[in-house]
Design a protein around this ligand. Sequence first.
Ligand code: FES
Length: 220
Amino acid sequence: MTRYRKQDPELTRRRFINAAMGTTATVGIVSLVGVLGTANPVFRLTRDKMPPVEGDILVHAAASQEGDPIKISELSDQLVRAWPMGKDKEGNNLIRKGDPNNVLAIFRFPAGKIIAPTNIEATINGEIVAYSDVCTHAGCSVADDDQTAGQMKCPCHSGQYDPKRGCMVVGGPPPRALAQLPIKQQDDNLVVGGFFLENPYPFTEAEWEARKEAVKAQLA
Ligand code: FES
């Protein structure tokens, strides 16, 4: 089912503030702050909204298997959608699906098929690779309707990515590749090796750097 992603409320609020400050020089700051205070709640970076964090286990996102750890032995060039699962403050398992932009796409290709510009060190044995599943054009879920093995074609405006080549754009309007997520093997499970290597949608580079620092500070 095709759907548009909601913007991160913190980023949306920040962009609104920037736009408003640039065009409303004659509007009193006090009244602007008053409007913002009631128009958008303060964003809280709770653990369920954090992006994938090192050590998270990747679990199925499909409703029929949601929460089940993805097994390496079950993977193929057929895309599997995943959530990152970390821990809450009490140490209980917590799927980070409070932010819909955390949905991931996992592929396994035969050895030698994954090539540059994929970061091979961030894959498992050069065979298993993970990306953000959120289109860099306008935030649709790329994999929603695409069941074609080895391909990622966005249903919204026909953007196409090549998961064997770093999910680079090979068609349509997306401005840049899907962000790659470093992964590692732990027994038969997939574990997150670190933050996304590039800024995932909807973050700018600066916003992504700030988000990483906020996550690190909160988990320290
Ligand atoms: S949102 Fe994916 S191509 Fe437009």
